[in-house]
Design a protein around this ligand. Structure first.
Ligand code: CMC
Length: 435
């Protein structure tokens, strides 16, 4: 039995009649949480919540989202304002330090990030060990996981200055590593960072330039990519961020934690969705085929789902999708020679799905990844790099969440419990006695 008072929830085990008062903790915004830590000590009970749908695993002051209202705030600032007025590097500073930087702070941060854009030269040899057609995410996970071997300070996780150094390194080196994953696949020489360029321009230069020809990025493309990075920079305690925290709770070095987060992000249900959306739109091909794909998505006997639709938390239009949808139109309208069939299919699919009772009843709306792949494709970024770009952006969030976790006095190693449903204790049976 559960009884709710103002600031306590009393939980009674009806079999024993014993009760425990669990305090209710209220944050700045959002649902209050029941602090159930006394539950096992007093009643010998655990909670059961597969997928952590109603479990707050930590306290955090970084990102807030209200899935019903479609609100997303980084350190209190609405995503719409940051998308319009900020840039990815400033957003990274905001996530990491909690406040918008002053001009001097921003200059110092930018300078530090620029000083760390290169990677140890030996690390460049690492790439050659991968098969020529390896998925860039598999390379990213491996290379990121090996970073601590080059940057030993990262293992000093209780030193604030070393944590800071590692955070700057992660943000600075991600574009370099991400671009190399692509160059390796193409068989083109790696392009070193050019610190006279801005963060996103530098990344584009490392992806697209070749020694044989000059490359100048288009301002509209730089802005579109910068916007995508801002929108993907953090998203509260999602699967990859929770992985980073869980891994970090064991006092693992942060590069390895981020590699673990990347591995989680790679999945189709998470960051791999942007790639899956483009494949889906290509498979649909013509708008006349949309209804049969929608029918498949509704068929419980078919594992097909509409990629880029639905979200664990957003039960309203994902605010990031709203921004990206508009950016997608702006970008495609402003770029010459861009073929728009994917966008047309996406818009028609969205229209049909949003009018369908199945999607309405389940509150399934387009999420951030529904349109992001279309933008990346228009920027000539290959589909296999989509999740890599997501990982680049999310690294700013992962490292900020990792720092916050290490600095949290309540930090303990993550150790979920279970509801055991296997065999009870039994005796070993000799092979010749088994039936
Ligand atoms: N197409 C068709 N049906 C869906 C979809 C979909 N995309 N998403 C959810 N449903 C149905 C699901 O079958 C279930 O129906 P029922 O109640 O009849 O069994 C109901 O909606 C609830 O779904 P759920 O699987 O319990 O929801 P979840 O919160 O566990 O899953 C999700 C969230 C994002 C994994 C899921 O919506 C999905 O697989 N979407 C497609 C993949 C995708 O776009 N992922 C990107 C997420 S946003 C970027 C990120 O944060 O990484």
């Amino acid at each position: 039995m559960i009884r709710v008072a103002q600031d306590t929830v009393t939980i009674t085990d009806n079999t024993t009649g014993r009760s425990v008062d669990c305090p209710v903790q209220r944050g700045t915004c959002g649902e209050p949480v029941i602090d159930v830590r006394a539950l096992h000590r007093e009643l010998g009970l655990f909670t059961y919540d597969p997928g952590f749908g109603v479990t707050a695993s930590c306290r955090s002051a970084i990102t807030y989202l209200d899935g019903d209202a479609g609100v997303l705030l980084y350190r209190g600032y609405p995503i719409e304002q940051l998308a319009e007025r900020s840039n990815f590097l400033e957003v990274s500073y905001l996530l990491l330090y909690g406040e918008l930087p002053t001009p001097a702070q921003m200059q110092a941060f930018e300078h530090s990030v620029k000083r760390h854009t290169m990677v140890h030269e030996h690390l460049n040899k690492f790439f050659a060990g991968y098969r020529y057609d390896a998925h860039p995410m598999s390379i990213m996970v491996g290379v990121m996981g090996s970073m601590a071997s080059y940057y030993h300070e990262s293992t000093n996780i209780f030193s604030p200055s070393d944590r800071d150094l590692t955070a700057h390194r992660v943000i600075a080196k991600m574009p370099n590593i991400a671009a190399k994953c692509h160059k390796y696949y193409l068989g083109q020489p790696f392009v070193y960072p050019d610190n006279t360029l801005g963060y996103v321009e530098n990344f584009m230069n490392m992806i697209f330039s070749v020694p044989a020809e000059p490359y100048v990025s288009q301002a509209v493309a730089v802005r579109a990519l910068d916007l995508l990075l801002i929108l993907h920079a953090d998203h509260e305690q999602n699967a990859s961020t929770s992985t980073v925290r869980l891994c970090g709770s064991a006092e693992t070095n942060p590069f390895a934690c981020i590699a673990a987060g990347m591995a989680t992000l790679w999945g189709r249900a998470h960051g791999g969705a942007n790639e899956a959306v483009v494949h889906m739109l290509q498979n649909i091909g013509d708008v006349s085929n949309i209804s049969s794909f929608v029918a498949r998505a509704k068929d419980k006997g078919d594992s097909f789902r509409l990629m880029g639709f639905g979200h664990r938390v957003y039960k309203n239009y994902d605010p990031r999708a709203k921004i990206i949808r508009q950016a997608c139109h702006d970008l495609l309208d402003s770029m010459e020679g861009i073929d728009q069939p994917l966008l047309e299919t996406a818009m028609e699919l969205e229209r049909i799905a949003l009018e369908d009772d199945y999607f309405i009843e389940r509150k399934l709306y387009p999420n951030v990844d529904f349109y992001s792949g279309i933008i990346l494709k228009a920027l000539n970024i290959p589909v296999s790099m989509f999740t890599v770009i997501f990982a680049l952006a999310r690294s700013a969030g992962w490292i900020s969440q990792w720092v916050e976790m290490i600095e949290d006095a309540e930090m303990r190693i993550g150790r979920p419990r279970q509801l055991y449903v296997g065999a009870a204790q039994r005796d070993y049976v000799a092979m010749d006695a088994r039936r």
